[in-house]
Design a protein. Structure first.
Lengths: 328, 316
């Protein structure tokens, strides 16, 4: 059986910010593919380029400071980077939807929930009146907003944090998108509410067959929800593979170090192995591997030449001079 | 030395025009103690009262009722000297090192600020002490002349720790000490805190919603829900065998660190109750998977179920 063609192909995407301090390479040659129904986690620390990657996919990079300077984003075969603004507006919200970190800022505090959900449905599905209302209610019910009819007239501040995030997910999923980009969707939520939300997202995703790009810095969320992981550092994907592959045989020293320095609620650790140093300044990157100054396995070549991307096992790559295929 | 809270309660008034007609019950009858050189982890979700408890301990708020004892003496009866001694012995490190350090002060002045001026510490001695604590937290002695904005988040948190340490305290309250930091920096700060505790014999009270970080540092754990303690006990015992259904659900909601450990989680329905109008009986009963009829009306008593393990639940 031939492999189905991927929903999204990102090829050598580059987004730079042009500032007085110089050029900040926020996203520097990112490539990945995503199939329908799949969940890809983008993990990394702040400033690693995960959010800018997502904004680039939907062409919402803050201009004029930021610009997509190269690469291709093929969504169902069409290059999104070649579309006009008007064409992009028809893609955003309809085919690609986003959920952001803080629902208190992504929802408009002065409009009712009903208005905000129906705005998207009205624009993209061109529905009016009773059928519009029906679709809005259906979207809210799918995300388990209790008593949806009466809550249509409520404002965001009348909802709790977890419910607000469900409302903004209802908006995102109301037009049955093919791709959902969730940028740190649970960072502002409490642990038990986070568990509720992630479980619900999984359910809705399975039912609707939507592909998800899940941006997070939390390896627990990756372990629990992602099919595949891309680890980002300083604007580059340094390692990518299935979740099990990356957790079982991390191929990049950065991934290995991260997995060793995490605290785990299920395990008492005597000592955490820390990563020394700070994440690099993106405007002044070293010529070689960006992780080299902090890397415990650094060699002479690492500081001079950017590392190759090595296939460590089927579907699992790492960008490191020391990476080698896993013996199986 | 020992810090002890006895039935601490804090209600905040909600004013409607000129009259107070409602109270937010932020903390309701909490009794807990901290002994020297131990780490008490306080975990719970937002609104559970963790931060209010810390603010009471730091004397930043007065309790509505209940008392706070330091070496057996109630803080409410403190004279000037007692208060000085208390403030020297009890220090704090806050969550966000971007807002807890004054951006217009140099590191030297920030760190030296808690040092009392009158007991003979002149310029040189103060500078020496500041340099020493900076070194202890892993910053170069020369950083004294710099301003906070010249440091990264992790380094700023080190400055905040240095400020807490400078007066040789016995107790340090850590309010979400690593939540605002990047993953790769968290381990550095947690290891530093652990190392300082071992070398200086400090007691920590660590307030956190990060169950992993709490497990790493804490020796004893207190779980809070809706302004009340639901369970306390030795940290490992609570993690491996929680008594209260809320503790069980909270721990099960913490995500495992390996994909093969994906398991059936206890997903709680509903939300944390409104602190203005907490439910009758046990405050957890509307969300409790093991609720019984008496939970709806009778408030469970706080009792020692096993040696060293306290909980408030009708199951025991």
């Amino acid at each position: 059986m031939p492999e189905p063609s991927p929903l999204l192909v990102v090829d050598d995407l580059k987004t730079y910010f042009f500032t007085r301090r110089g050029i900040t390479k926020a996203v520097d040659g990112v490539s990945f593919t995503l199939h329908a129904g799949e969940t890809l986690a983008l993990v990394g620390e702040s400033g690693s380029g995960k959010s800018v990657t997502c904004l680039s996919l939907v062409r919402l990079v803050p201009e004029p400071a930021g610009r997509i300077v190269g690469g291709r984003v093929l969504f169902e075969g069409d290059d999104l980077l070649r579309k006009t603004r008007a064409e992009m507006r028809r893609v955003r919200g309809k085919q690609i939807a986003m959920v952001l970190q803080d629902p208190m800022t992504s929802l408009n505090p002065s409009l009712t929930i009903g208005t905000q959900v129906s705005e998207v449905v009205r624009l993209h599905q061109r529905l009016r009146g009773a059928s519009l209302r029906e679709r809005v209610l259906q979207a809210l019910r799918r995300l388990r907003i209790a008593a949806a009819e009466t809550r249509l007239r409520d404002y965001p501040h009348q909802f709790s944090g977890g419910m607000r995030q469900r409302v903004s997910s209802a908006i995102a999923l109301s037009c049955a998108p093919r791709l959902l980009i969730a940028d740190e969707p649970t960072t502002s939520l409490d642990v038990t509410i986070q568990a509720q939300y992630l479980e619900l997202l999984k359910e809705v995703q399975a039912a609707a067959g939507v592909a998800v790009i899940l941006v997070t810095h939390d390896f627990g969320i990756v372990a629990a929800n992602a099919d595949r992981v891309a680890v980002m550092y300083a604007g580059k994907i340094v390692e990518m593979g299935s979740t099990l592959q990356v957790f079982d045989h991390p191929g990049h020293p950065y991934t290995r170090a991260l997995l060793r320095c995490l605290t785990d609620a299920g395990l008492k650790r005597q000592q955490l192995v820390e990563i020394s140093g700070q994440p690099p300044d993106l405007a002044r990157l070293p010529p070689g591997c960006p992780f080299a100054p902090r890397c415990p396995e650094r060699q002479a070549i690492c500081e001079q030449v950017a590392p190759p991307t090595v296939t460590v096992e089927n579907g699992h790559t790492a960008s490191c001079w020391a990476a080698s295929p896993v013996a199986t | 030395m020992i810090l002890q809270a006895l039935g601490l309660t804090k209600y905040f008034p909600v004013t409607g025009g000129f009259t107070v007609n409602k109270w937010i019950k932020a903390l309701d009858g909490v009794s807990v103690q901290v002994a020297e050189a131990e780490t008490l982890g306080i975990v719970g979700e937002s609104g559970s009262g963790k931060t209010t408890l810390a603010r009471l301990f730091l004397l930043l708020e007065r309790p509505t009722s209940g008392s706070l004892l330091f070496d057996g003496k109630a803080t409410r009866d403190f004279g000037r000297d007692d208060l000085m001694r208390y403030r020297r012995s009890v220090q704090a490190v806050f969550q966000d090192p971007f807002s807890s350090l004054n951006p217009r002060m140099r590191v030297e002045d920030i760190v030296a600020e808690p040092l009392p001026r009158e007991n003979g510490l002149g310029g040189a001695a103060t500078r020496g002490r500041v340099g020493d604590v900076l070194q202890m937290v892993g910053l170069p002695r020369e950083s004294t002349a710099l301003y906070p904005h010249e440091f990264s988040g992790g380094q700023r948190q080190r400055i905040a720790i240095a400020r807490a340490l400078v007066g040789t305290p016995k107790f340090i309250f850590l309010d979400e000490p690593v939540s605002a930091l990047d993953v790769s920096i968290r381990a550095q700060i947690l290891n530093l805190l652990k190392h300082l505790q071992a070398t200086l014999g400090l007691a920590y009270v660590m307030i956190s919603h990060d169950l992993g970080a709490a497990r790493y540092l804490a020796t004893r754990l207190a779980v809070m829900y809706a302004g009340k303690l639901v369970e306390t006990g030795a940290c490992d015992a609570v993690y491996t065998r929680p008594l209260h259904p809320y503790t069980e659900a909270l721990l099960s909601a913490a995500l495992p660190l390996h994909p093969s450990a994906r398991r059936q989680r206890i997903i709680l329905t509903g939300e944390v109750p409104n602190p203005m109008n907490p439910p009758a009986g046990c405050r957890f009963h509307p969300r409790c998977p093991r609720v019984m009829p008496q939970c709806r009306s009778e408030e469970p008593e706080w009792k020692e179920v096993e040696p060293g393990r306290f909980t408030a639940c009708h199951l025991y």
